[in-house]
Design a protein around this ligand. Sequence first.
Ligand code: MSP
Length: 521
Amino acid sequence: MAGPSKTPYYVTTPIYYVNDVPHIGHAYTTLACDALARFMRLDGHPVKFLTGTDEHGQKVAKSAGAADMDPQAFTDKVSQNFRALAEAWQITNDDFIRTTEARHVRSCQAIWRKLVENGDLYLGSYGGWYAVDDEAFYGENELSEESASGKKIAPSGATVEWVEEPSYFFRLSAWQERLLELYERNPGFILPESRRNEVLSFVRGGLKDLSVSRTTFDWGVPVPDDPEHVMYVWLDALTNYITAAGYPEEGSEDFTTFWPASLHMVGKDILRFHAVYWPAFLMSAGVAPPKRVFAHGWWTSEGQKISKRLGNVIDPMEIVERYGLDQVRYFLLREVPFGNDGDFSHKAMVGRMNNDLANDFGNLAQRVLSMINKNCGAALPEPGPRTPADEALLGAAQGLLAGLREDYGGQQFHAALIRTWELVGAANRYVDEQAPWALRKSDPARMATVLYLLAECIRHLAIVTQPVMPTACGKILDQLGVPADRRDFAALAEPLAPGTALPKPEGVFPRYVEEAAAEAS
Ligand code: MSP
């Protein structure tokens, strides 16, 4: 019986600058969105999951120049690296947008015209500081001076340069009150709370009009009716989120289904663009703002800021090769309360891999499946009457999803995994207490019940952990004989069928052994 249709879920990653190869930061944001998209799909929501590349602007044009390539050829090439990353990390995006695509240029020009119609754009002249690395304008009061070179530096660490050119301005100053109202009415619009407060005080401090076009280079979307100007790359980039939903066709099925987006996931460094400028642009264009912007923290590497200069950039392809994809996915989402900064260290990674995965979940699955294989004729046993301990374990398994919906609903991936591992722990304790190996001769019927309930508990664990570790959980479900079309959350209510023949069990969470790794390299 089909239930009532569930709210559509539209989740987006930032679109990545194609000036460089992907690093751990890109992989992290995309992974978090992937876990959410998978969770929502398994929970029966229509999902749209978007990622892509940000290809215009001075920063990309500069990198193309440095590579001695035409910007379009350069972006064609580098954009591929981001598609390759998504593939290697088993990212389930439904669309991949590039800002150089015709659909996007059209959408940018359409939103520009709306801003003009609404009286929010005017021609002026900009004189001020610009950081190409951030593609952002800074006020004098935000800058510091590097003592050795005397260069002015933005709070992000990027060098700024003085620019002076004719420019269109967006009347951001006029949107202060309406933005504050938006935040006020929608307390979950900006998460986490601490970031929300930062944005509130920034907006309360007063907003200046924003320069939204440039004339000193041409790698961008031409401003309608004034081709001397290209659109400011952030206005262009942010618009990707509506382009992919079909804008300017606001009446299209895609747009009416998926806009406003459920969530823009971003790093903390680009929150202001998403939580201040973007909703102001949208409201001015008569388009509803997104429902939420979540700003996550940054990773360091072995305790140090990640930078090319320090040579400690973490290559997302390399760590997956080294530790395994599911292991890395688990680590990144488990290690840090989502929203906080975190540290990627070999020791912490191996700790999670060997303790949480190999010892806890892996061992649970392996020992239960081996006992069924050896003692129950390699078929799911028939359960008998249940004891209070059995009911408690089963109840915990059946109650898990409700908590996970809250955790995922608030983007608290670490909390979801902690909650899930509480059940892993309970199941392991239950194995020890019930000692099914000792029942083989004395009470085979009871052994059958215990092993069946454990298998059922592992089924729940594997189904709900698929968003984080799709391959390993898939293998566990294969070993439990769960058909491919019985792995969504609705199927949690359909218990395993006793008598189902099971394949020979195999461990799915290998331990990371330092010596072996050293020998192998
Ligand atoms: N192109 C803009 C986004 C436009 S969205 C309309 C951009 N691109 S980026 O490639 O520089 O950044 C991508 C993301 O990577 C940002 O969300 C940023 O926070 C994230 N990270 C960059 N370094 C990071 C870490 N060390 N750790 C975690 N995330 C990091 O900004």
